[in-house]
Ligand binder design. Structure first.
Ligand code: ADP
Ligand code: ZN
Length: 726
């Protein structure tokens, strides 16, 4: 018997399989998907068995597989197929695909001895008479006798209870032996919570989702409509039928509360899987899943690859979230992977959101997805009142950070002993120019995205189509000489708020303050315990959190998101602001939201203020249609990166010419232009954007292109299908 083995050799992935002989002693255990060690050159390296065959005409002498790495570690048929699918849609190598699907403690590349954690016990080998004999023979070995007597009485005892020298001596004399018991680092066996009786809307949604049938559902539920309870009851039904469930959540700051809800409801039947776990914890959780010890997996993007069998449902909460797309190689979308698994098992996929992505909503409108609505908040809670504050007016009064009305409302909440959330949304990486006086920003007339300011040439450029102009001295709209770059970082804003309202107890949550493990949970817990009045933070604080005392939400600078040069900036702004607004007034006290902006007439912001997703959707779809953006067209971006500016510029033109000759005549290529992050670590990046509806030849051309550049050490190619940012 022979096996085709996919191997990883040195730093560069050789995306090829090699045939090995299966030695007799391994015949019974070798199967497709198992991890093995094989000789390669003069080394022994890791590999994956991808095919087993009876006949093979070897042209050279075959080597034998050396050993199996881990008997349990087998990618089953579904996972093998998913790897192939992952490779196909992202154009990555096979080995990258399989590596992406495994936690790094189990990656093919290097296999650490073991991540398993054990409790070590000792117990007697000797029987009662042997022990008595020992006592007679060695009456002065008091400590040894003590150990033996205790083991006689108690059976097995934790090794750490005894003096290790004594234990070692008894082990050597073969009077006792060790027994290892594997333990999991994460353990939650107490169930404290039972299901709630559902509202009419919740009931309706639960009833509409048909188990055991392949369908995609879009659950469009306003913030606070009780989506989590519906998810839990759906999963309960699935588990009662003996099946399993995956639920994806967008990021770890959100996961904390949801994971607790699930532990309280399902106890040890839940495994969690996200990047903030230690390698050891991940290993344990993966093992629980592999051994079939849990029915429910909750986690972030990569949890979609966990090896649950008998899947009954996949739920993706906050489906519009960008974290479901990986922004490094392989650039996969967890939603695509979920669709693959749901198709494999013929089961429902549930996408939930208060602000569905335009792509998903468009599919729901066409009937491709089944559309389910939850329009009311649970109980008596109502959606908060949202006010737009014109910062051009405030600037004239020198209020650059806090408008008068936001400051007054914060002071009012402090008096009432209620809490405040302030969103200090970070500016994008690109600089844009705004008029201090009238709020004007430069946009590309062809692509409707904000132009990026290039200081060196004093120019404003569109990085989709290359349109450029020289920055004026005066604002083109109001003719005042008040064009400026109005960006302030989070830390500075925090200082300002501390200066303006020194009596408030504030805590900040952003990438800097949450670097340590458990920092997120800690901040959330302390804010919930009312140790602070104000929680300030970036996007991180916007979603999912439930704080009953919060009655005011302030958005410091809505333009920061609005002006990110990307065709999705409107959609993103709508989602982010609706989410953060949704943090206010979630219990009996009504909430208020203040959005500060230089552009109070902006249509997207007006829709946010009116809680009118439909209106926003219709408006945005018209724009997308006009300019051939998704969901009307698909996009693929191709970037060329190099330390050598001229070379990169030359290659991107070559790439464009190459693709022009290969793709369908209905597809379009924009650019080449400088990429949004043009110069990063001294590497220059140029890009082209391909817009297409249906183009069978495109993927083949891209794959060929990717292979052409694979061995080129001077330039790198990055191909991203359905990129989040272009
Ligand atoms: P969403 O995810 O839709 O924003 P949540 O799931 O956070 O909303 O629910 C909002 C609040 O309502 C939570 O505190 C939740 O415990 C509560 N809740 C949900 N369903 C019910 C119900 N049927 N009865 C009572 N309270 C509920
Ligand atoms: Zn343009």
């Amino acid at each position: 018997m022979y096996a085709d083995v996919l191997i990883e050799y040195s730093a560069k992935a050789i995306d090829k399989t090699f045939t090995y002989l299966i030695p007799d002693n391994l015949k019974d255990d070798i199967k497709v998907g198992i991890k093995v060690l094989v000789p390669f050159g003069n080394k022994i390296i890791n590999g994956f068995v991808v095919k087993i065959k009876n006949d093979y005409e070897a042209v050279y002498e075959l080597k034998e597989i050396s050993s199996i790495v881990d008997k349990h570690l087998v990618l089953n048929d579904e996972l093998m197929q998913m790897g192939a699918y992952l490779q196909k849609v992202t154009l990555c190598t096979k080995i990258t695909a399989y590596q992406t699907m495994l936690p790094s403690s189990l990656k093919i590349k290097e296999h650490k001895t073991s991540y398993s954690k054990y409790l070590v016990y000792i117990k007697l080998v000797a029987n009662y008479l042997d022990v008595q004999q020992y006592i007679c023979d060695h009456p002065r070995r008091k400590k040894q006798i003590e150990v033996l007597n205790r083991l006689l009485k108690e059976g097995k005892v934790l090794k750490s209870n005894f003096d290790l020298v004594i234990v070692k001596q008894l082990l050597n004399e073969k009077l006792i032996e060790e027994e290892k018991e594997q333990i999991y680092r994460i353990n939650n066996s107490v169930i404290t919570d039972c299901k709630l009786s559902l509202s009419k809307e919740q009931e309706q949604v639960l009833k509409s989702i048909e188990l055991g049938k392949e369908d995609v559902y879009l659950v469009h539920g306003v913030t606070g409509s009780g989506k989590t309870e519906v998810y839990m009851q759906l999963i309960e039904k699935v588990v009662k039928m003996g099946n399993t469930a995956i639920m994806l959540v967008p990021e770890i700051s959100l996961t904390a509360q949801i994971i607790n809800n699930f532990y309280n409801r399902f106890g040890n039947d839940v495994a969690i899987f996200h990047s903030a776990l230690s390698e050891g914890e991940k290993y344990d959780e993966y093992l629980k899943i592999l051994r079939g010890e849990v029915h429910i997996v909750i986690g972030t993007r990569s949890a979609i690859f966990t090896p649950l069998t008998k899947l009954g449902i996949i739920i993706i909460d906050e489906e519009h979230s960008e974290t479901y797309k990986q922004d490094s190689n392989p650039r996969y979308s967890a939603i695509d992977m979920a669709k693959f698994r749901c198709h494999y098992h013929k089961i429902p996929l549930v996408l939930g959101s208060a602000t569905p992505s335009l792509e998903s909503m468009a599919r729901a409108q066409k009937g491709v997805y089944k559309y389910l609505v939850m329009s009311k908040r649970i109980g008596n809670a109502v959606l908060p009142k949202v006010f737009l504050v014109d910062m051009t007016e405030e600037m004239k009064r020198r209020n650059t950070v806090l408008s008068t009305s936001l400051k007054d409302k914060i002071l009012d909440r402090l008096r009432k002993k209620e809490q405040v959330i302030l969103l200090l949304n970070r500016r994008g990486y690109a600089t844009f120019i705004t008029c201090r006086n009238c709020g004007y920003t430069y946009k590309c007339p062809h692509c409707d995205i904000t132009l990026t300011y290039h200081k060196s040439s004093n120019s404003l450029r569109c990085h989709y189509c290359g349109y450029a102009l020289i920055k004026d001295d005066a604002c083109p709209q109001c003719k005042q000489k008040s064009l400026a770059n109005l960006g302030v970082g989070t830390e500075k804003l925090e200082q300002e708020i501390n200066r303006l309202i020194p009596e408030a107890r504030t805590i900040r949550m952003d990438a800097d303050t949450t670097r340590n493990k458990g920092a997120h949970e800690d901040i959330i817990k302390r804010f919930k315990n009312y140790e602070y009045d104000i929680l300030l933070g970036t996007q991180m604080i916007a979603k999912g959190l439930n704080f009953p005392l919060v009655t005011l939400v302030g958005v410091i600078n809505a333009d920061a998101t609005l002006n990110i040069p990307d065709f999705r900036s409107g959609e993103r702004t709508y989602a982010l602001l609706s989410q953060v607004a949704g943090r206010a007034g979630r219990s009996d006290k009504p909430g208020e939201v203040i959005i500060q902006t230089m552009n109070p007439d902006n249509f997207t912001l007006k829709c946010v203020a009116a809680h009118d997703y439909k209106q926003f959707y219709n408006y945005e779809m018209v724009n997308r249609h006009k300019l051939d953006y998704p969901p009307y067209y698909y996009l693929t971006s191709v970037k060329i990166a190099s330390k050598d500016y001229d070379l990169a510029a030359k290659e991107i033109n070559k790439v464009k010419k190459y693709l022009e000759n290969k793709i369908s005549e209905h597809s379009k290529i924009l650019g080449p232009t400088t990429a949004a992050m043009f110069k990063l670590n001294n590497i220059y990046r140029f890009q082209i954007i391909i817009k297409y509806k249906k183009d069978d030849s495109l993927f083949k051309a891209l794959k060929d292109l990717d292979e052409l550049y694979m061995l080129n050490t001077k330039v790198n190619i990055e191909i991203d299908n359905n990129p989040l940012q272009v």
